[in-house]
Design a protein around this ligand. Structure first.
Ligand code: GLP
Length: 248
């Protein structure tokens, strides 16, 4: 079953980044006050580099844009180098003209997590919903920090990370040791993500091939959270040939 998921298979990881950045730039040029959703992880880094280049060289302005990020490690403040707030400031926000007060990243040090999650959902609603949300995918098929078992209508909440996700994020790219990785995170729910008017999921490399095949061709099931995008009316997976290699 592939549902409605559209596939854009690119020759290289660089081409994935160009395609994704172009989709966001096209939206922002058409709708300067667009509401965009963003992701962290190593996969979208090149997309952000390309968006920063478009700002510098092509006059792409994000001055009217509002952004919402998928998730944040629980217990890390925005000044921690492995926090997703720090990542976003470092990889994208400081290179473009988006206003800091229009960038919404969940507060990993909020006193009351349920209130922080509720406020995040309220801010999305107040902004009029998300026009286009960028996603990555975990090796186990997770999106944001919605691990296998997350329900299709889950909302923004405090979640526990699986050992697989902890290990994947402590391979030296981010944390150097699993003991440093927070065990919990605040994450937009699958229901929250599915309400975005359009979705783009990025994947590069053979390590993501099984997860992509399960998401696109496997059953619509919480066992593979990304498969719960199959019935979204406007969802595109932009992936490289290696990530597409297990598709039939
Ligand atoms: C983390 C993030 C996800 C991301 C995943 C894959 O778990 N919470 O949003 O999709 O990592 O990251 P990478 O692109 O580094 O493989």
């Amino acid at each position: 079953m592939s549902g409605n998921i559209k596939l854009q298979i690119c020759d290289s990881a660089a081409a994935v980044a160009t395609a994704a950045a172009t989709a966001f730039a096209d939206l922002i040029r058409t709708r300067p006050d667009a509401v965009i959703g963003l992701a962290t992880g190593s996969t979208p880094e090149a997309t952000y580099t390309e968006m920063a280049r478009m700002h510098k060289d092509e006059g792409l302005t994000m001055a009217g844009v509002t952004s919402f990020n998928l998730d944040e490690y629980w217990g890390l403040g925005g000044d921690h180098e492995q926090s997703y707030r720090y990542f976003m400031n470092d990889r994208l926000f400081r290179h473009v003209d988006i206003h800091p007060w229009n960038t919404h990243v969940l507060n990993g040090k909020a006193r009351f997590p349920a209130l922080e999650c509720r406020s995040f959902e309220d801010r999305i609603l107040a902004a009029g919903g998300v026009d286009l949300w960028l996603l990555g995918i975990g090796g186990n098929g997770h999106i944001a920090f919605n691990e296998p078992g997350s329900s299709v209508d889950s909302r923004t909440r405090l979640v526990s990370l699986t050992q697989e996700t902890i290990d994947a994020n402590s391979d030296g790219r981010f944390f150097s040791d699993p003991s440093e990785v927070p065990r919990c995170a605040l994450s937009a729910g699958i229901g929250t993500i599915r309400e975005a008017r359009a979705l783009i999921l990025l994947a590069t490399g053979a390590k993501k091939a099984d997860a992509i095949a399960a998401a696109v061709e496997g059953p619509f099931s919480p066992d593979c959270p990304s498969s719960l995008l199959q019935d979204h009316p406007e969802c595109t997976f932009i992936i490289d040939a290696a990530a597409a290699s297990m598709l039939t």
